[in-house]
Design a protein around this ligand. Sequence first.
Ligand SMILES: Cc1cc2nc3c(=O)[nH]c(=O)nc-3n(C[C@H](O)[C@H](O)[C@H](O)COP(=O)(O)OP(=O)(O)OC[C@H]3O[C@@H](n4cnc5c(N)ncnc54)[C@H](O)[C@@H]3O)c2cc1C
Ligand code: FES
Length: 282
Amino acid sequence: MRRPQPENIYLPKVAVLDGVQDEIQDVKTFYWHFEEPADQEAFKSFMPGQFAQVSLFGVGEFPLSLPPSPTESKVFFTVRKVGTATAAMHELRPGDKFAVRGPYGNGFPMKDYHGQNLIFVAGGIGLIPLRSCIVYALDHREKYGQIKIFYGARTPRDFMYVELLRQWERSQGFECYLTVDRADESWRGHSGVVGSLFKKPGVELPVENTTVFVCGPPVMFRFVLQDLKGLGFQDNQMVSTMERYMKCGVGKCGHCCIGVAYVCTDGPVFTLEQIKKLGEEI
Ligand SMILES: Cc1cc2nc3c(=O)[nH]c(=O)nc-3n(C[C@H](O)[C@H](O)[C@H](O)COP(=O)(O)OP(=O)(O)OC[C@H]3O[C@@H](n4cnc5c(N)ncnc54)[C@H](O)[C@@H]3O)c2cc1C
Ligand code: FES
């Protein structure tokens, strides 16, 4: 009698592309589903902040965040074209197949934040990993205190998820502030770096019982942390996601090590306190 074989943890499941949406220059969102309904069902239990390993046949495998919230019905990736694999992904057309394994990583512990105020600060494509967390929090609005979103883009044309931003701006029960580094004639809103929104008249940031989520390019990250420190936030109140080169995604190969941590299994979500303890330069 043959013994049952343990599932191969490196074996990806086949996915089919449903549609592609342009976000901003070199960034597209890819809607997809698993070919096998059982794989789709198994994937539903992901947490905001987790990621997946995506393979393009004959090209390679690479990590991508999961921008949808598990409360949404569609799954999708948002991908910036930076090199070989991401450029190949940008060439996919509806009906094309690729492969996915995951979800992996720790994700944001959304239940630990129950009863707290949540402040989200994103710059540019830093909204990709935060999108899931924001939508999840808004879909469980009664579980959290104040919710405030601060999002900065270089120009008005560089905002991601534009439809969702419009909804957030119109909705009641939380605050959404947008800014651009460089305004054009179409822009009627705030101009300046994202941290300048904290000083906007009428904006108040509750420090007590608050977690702040910060994702964006390194320079934005550094300045926002300084601003938040100046307002009285502590390192253990600030969380972010870290990006590292990954291979296995499941804590076996060591490619993603920082100090004693594996970003793929201990992260990618870390508090600023943890990031500093790992010896990362901010
Ligand atoms: C946990 C995690 C989540 C991610 N989520 C997303 C996402 O949602 N959307 C998205 O567009 N990208 C995301 N990335 C980054 C993405 O994995 C890389 O851009 C991708 O692997 C690049 O592959 P490539 O073959 O196109 O580029 P390559 O040809 O391998 O490299 C092109 C350039 O990109 C740089 N680069 C490659 N990989 C990384 C990396 N991991 N971090 C920083 N620089 C890199 C290289 O140094 C080089 O300059 C994530 C990375 C991690 C670790
Ligand atoms: S990617 Fe292999 S250990 Fe993290």
